[in-house]
Design a protein around this ligand. Sequence first.
Ligand code: KG4
Ligand code: ZN
Length: 331
Amino acid sequence: MIILGIETSCDETAAAIVVDGTTILSSEVSSQVKVHHPYGGVVPELASRKHIEAIVPIVSAAIQSSDVNLKQIDGIAVTQGPGLIGSLLVGFSFAKAYAFALDIPWVGVNHLEGHINSVFLESDPPPFPFVSLLVSGGHTSLYYVTAHLEAKLMGQTRDDAAGEAYDKVAKMLGLGSPGGNIIDDLAAKGDPNRIVFPRTYLDKQGFDFSFSGIKTAVNRYIQKYSDDYKNRIPDIAAGFQASVVEVLTFKVIQAALERGCGHVAIVGGVAANNGLRQRVTRAAKENGLQVHIPSVRLCGDNAAMIAAAGYHHLKAGRVSTMDMDVFSRSQ
Ligand code: KG4
Ligand code: ZN
């Protein structure tokens, strides 16, 4: 089954052609990072306008580079939510119209289901059940995954998402936005033990997270050393990253051990983090677990993961209808 995936939930306009939820024929992503950069965060109104400009060229590029013709596309999968309403509406309305014109089925996909299914686009996917840590700009959640579209929430952040903490700390340090990868690069140059920030485990037996405390701790450090903190930015980045990575790693390993499953997955934009990838890989090995982290291009928002999840809906005969609408938050 050849699926056209479309993703416009935030600031990336993306389209992909994927076969049977596993094989990527093409995956195009147009990022708006430069557009929002001067504002220090995503401006929703600008985001929707940019999606409108990009959607047709990006879908065309995905189809062209996949070498399939329009008649070969069996269905369309499009992000329905959660995300920015104005942004979601661009991809969602486009998908409705395109499916109608091609006379093929289409389905709205939950963006988080997309991230969870991103591991199935790699050559070594986990067997069910497995524990998946979804870490992105909007979410930090642990799931017990028993099937492609069956994920039980084990815990989630009570305040900021991990990616949001990265972005806010980057902003405080004057590094620009989004700043996750900038902090990641700087952390590699700093000493993680020179400035020790708190680790927020909450209940060590539980699987909820909290990242607002570490953000405040970094802010306090900056205030306290306002004269010379700029000389210690790599150490601040390394100390901050060590704190976030330690807690994320501890919880995902604990979750797998508690559930007795031998496989863990890390997905979402923050799964691109080098410190997290290395630490989780090491901890998994020490605990006899196997870890699955998609390649970096599949960690951030993309449409291949939407096509991968959508494939399982369409295969089960679950199709969307024209009266359906987007949603901003998960229920
Ligand atoms: O999954 P994603 O592209 O969008 C959402 O669904 O939110 O994740 C974006 C988030 C941003 O907060 C960004 O700063 C973060 O992922 N990110 C990283 C890295 N690359 C992207 N965070 C830490 N380290 C990275 N290397
Ligand atoms: Zn995402």
